[in-house]
Design a protein around this ligand. Structure first.
Ligand code: UD1
Length: 419
């Protein structure tokens, strides 16, 4: 298993290009199953989670060609299997996103239950309940969701709590259902809107995506289209934090600044000067130490849970005391234990982490426990004195394209140690 070695203490400077969003690419790849002709996707990020999804679609019979620059051509017409096996779902929970499209297009889906997850229970009960309301018969046996439906029928769904992939699964199931579906308390995330934009381009009738109420009028079929995946706001935020934690000056390009509002406000509170253009964000710390911030995670447009761990790293070297409350997932604080091994002073009580900033972290061998936790360790390593070696970086490769190359481009002393 590869490791990352980082020698900290260099203020990062320069500019980098941000890749396509993982959390938009995964549902859009699943949605290609709905199409009756080939789809061409551009700005697909080169990530392990995308590779896992490609493997999953291929295992169902779809033909996928990878062109230069990560353009993907997907021909779903050869799909003959409607199964997402445990072997793939266990490595990537988002595999559950094939449930809605398979059921909508082929009337059947056998999808392994994702099971436990390093950041909490993460059930799929709302996906299942919504599909049942759309008329599916669902049984859960042997660790699999078995879903069947001759023809899904439009219905009114009110989600008990906001779920991103749940909203996406139900939207994908409803686009070919008979009649109108209304999803209330839908997730507002930009990735939900990107999926809806893609579906509309394929011929779906969807209104209100990106708001709490989505109206979907079922259509008879969907056709392939070229589509460019939206930029990754979490990758952008992580690289901006890399600038902030090192007292540097970083510009991220090919981003949608409006999707980063909550994050940019927190970076400003931390002392960063932020400037935005139409598709770039510039962060300048002017060599200053960041100030600790208080924040509470929430569904979009609130502060994203996927950047919580990275702000924990920032608070651990900031001046003052910062309080971070995690409201979206339980047990998403494993990174704090590793940060403590580097000298951070963080106390956890329930869903709250209180950090008293220390002058300097010290490099140490540490272990990545999940995707965003591993990003926080990279940030800590960039700020720490001495050398940090991060193990189990397959977690990082699930969600960050070429992280060491992009950081090295900003002047970081970072290298991958293959084993
Ligand atoms: C998605 C993102 C993930 C992000 C998360 C929250 C993808 C591929 N992943 O994950 O990066 O951290 O949104 O922004 O887009 N819940 C239920 N029952 C359900 C579904 C969810 O109780 O059926 C709960 C979860 O346990 C969690 C909360 O709802 O506490 C939010 O989860 P959800 O929005 O579903 O997260 P994901 O879609 O899995």
């Amino acid at each position: 298993m590869d490791r990352l070695e980082i020698t900290g203490g260099v203020p990062l400077e320069g500019e980098i290009l941000i890749s396509g969003a993982k959390n938009a690419a995964l549902p859009i790849l699943a949605a290609t199953l709905l199409s009756e002709s080939p789809v061409l996707l551009e700005n697909v990020p080169s990530l392990n989670d995308v590779m896992t999804t490609i493997k999953l679609l291929r295992s169902m019979g779809a033909e996928i060609t990878l062109h230069d620059g990560w353009k993907l051509e997907i021909d779903p017409r050869t799909t003959t299997e409607y199964v997402a096996p445990y072997e793939l779902v266990k490595t990537m929970r988002a595999s559950v996103l094939v449930l809605g499209p398979l059921l909508g297009r082929y009337g059947r889906a056998d999808v392994s239950l994702p099971g436990g997850c390093a950041i909490g229970a993460r059930p799929v009960n709302l996906h299942v309940a919504g599909l049942k309301s759309l008329g599916a018969e669902i049984s859960i046996e042997g660790g699999y969701i078995h879903a069947r439906a001759e023809q899904l029928r439009g219905t009114r769904l009110t989600l008990d709590s906001v779920t991103v992939t749940g909203t996406e699964n139900l939207m994908m199931a409803a686009v070919l259902a008979k009649g109108e579906t209304v999803i209330e308390n839908a997730a507002l995330e930009p990735e939900v809107l990107d999926l809806a934009t893609f579906l509309v381009q394929m011929g779906a009738k969807i209104e209100g995506a990106g708001t709490g109420t989505i109206h979907i009028q079922g259509v008879d079929n969907l056709q392939g289209t070229p589509y460019t995946i939206l930029p990754d706001r979490i990758e952008a935020g992580t690289h901006l934090l890399a600038g902030a934690i090192t007292g540097g000056h970083v510009r991220v390009k090919q981003v949608r600044p409006s999707n980063l509002d909550a994050v940019l406000r927190k970076l400003e509170q931390a002392g960063a000067r932020i400037e935005c253009g139409s598709n770039w964000v510039d962060l300048d710390m002017a060599g200053e130490r960041p100030r600790a911030v208080n924040l509470s995670t929430a569904p979009y447009p609130g502060f994203p849970t996927d950047l919580q761990a990275q702000f924990c790293a920032l608070n651990s070297i900031a001046s003052g005391t910062g309080k971070i409350v995690e409201t979206v997932f339980e047990s998403r604080f494993q990174h704090t234990l590793e940060l403590q091994r580097m000298g951070a002073n963080i106390g956890i009580r329930g869903n709250t982490a209180v950090s008293k900033g220390v002058d300097r972290l010290k490099g140490a061998p540490v272990m990545a426990t999940d995707l965003r936790a591993s990003a926080s360790l990279v940030l800590a390593g960039l700020a720490a004195a001495g050398t940090t070696v991060i193990e189990r970086i397959y977690h990082i490769d699930r969600g960050y394209e070429c992280i060491e190359e992009k950081l090295a481009q900003l002047g970081a002393r970072i290298r991958r140690l293959p084993i």
